[in-house]
Design a binder for this molecule. Sequence first.
Ligand SMILES: C[S@@+](CC[C@H](N)C(=O)[O-])C[C@H]1O[C@@H](n2cnc3c(N)ncnc32)[C@H](O)[C@@H]1O
Length: 306
Amino acid sequence: MAEDTSTPASPDPGPLPGGPPADPTKVWNFQSAAITENQPDWGGDLGFDTTVAHNARVWNYWLGGRDNFPADREVGEQVRQMFPGIVDVARADRAFLGRAVRYLAGEAGIRQFLDIGTGLPTADNTHEVAQRIAPDSRIVYVDNDPLVLVHARALLVGTPEGATDYIDVDVHDPGSILRAAAETLDFAKPTAIMFLGSLNFILDTDTAVAVVDHLIDHVPSGSYLVVAHPTHELGGEANAASMRHWNEHATPPITPRSRDEVARFFHGLELLEPGIVSCSRWRPDPAPAGGLPPEVPQFGAVARKL
Ligand SMILES: C[S@@+](CC[C@H](N)C(=O)[O-])C[C@H]1O[C@@H](n2cnc3c(N)ncnc32)[C@H](O)[C@@H]1O
């Protein structure tokens, strides 16, 4: 098959199951950072190396989006060939995000969300789910990928009653996350701290636990921690091999974690039912045929600060 060398066409908001269809008449214009009717202008220096596959864009590829380059599609496809379940992982992770935020904004009454490792905009982003339930919800997205940030600025626009902000900070730097997010969030009020598919970029587990602890220490009781994290425990050898392939051919490197390692992020917190499970099985919506959805090798869990 001839390689498609075209540049990304549009910050595609779908297609996810149940998500809005992409509008093929609209394209992304990078320079003006807006969706336009015209052809995208990718003439300038994009500020990142498009020839190296990057997690945010490959994740977008697995979700059926179009914000990716040939290098992203190539590695994304290689991983998918090795471990076809990766597409189910990405979809299950997004669906878990939707259910967790629905619970937090609804039943738990949370109005502040710190979403670390935003990803490229897709269907049902955190602010959309939260503000559908509570329009005054305030959301800060954190990412360090330039493409994510420019897309987020243009596309993740929230309600007038609430607030939506985007900050360019590394997940390894919780102090800077707190300082920058404090312009939008009031850390005296309960806050949901969300790491969906992002703690796996902190390769050392003690460091990752320290990052989580630092953030949790700065929010009051009644705050929540939401984590989705890849694991080898549920995916078998094909999953493990595809992760090794990722680390040899794409950026940034990732690490899977065991259930016991993921449990360390929640120490001192009250883990909500059903605990640390495949994210597809965290309070799943009732299936038409009944029964539990299949597991995916991505843990999901939500906990409350006492
Ligand atoms: C797998 S995507 C997950 C996106 C979204 N949270 C979701 O669950 O669909 C991981 C995101 O983390 C971001 N990321 C990777 N390394 C990071 C770092 N060191 N600091 C901040 N964000 C990072 C990537 O750019 C990407 O947008």
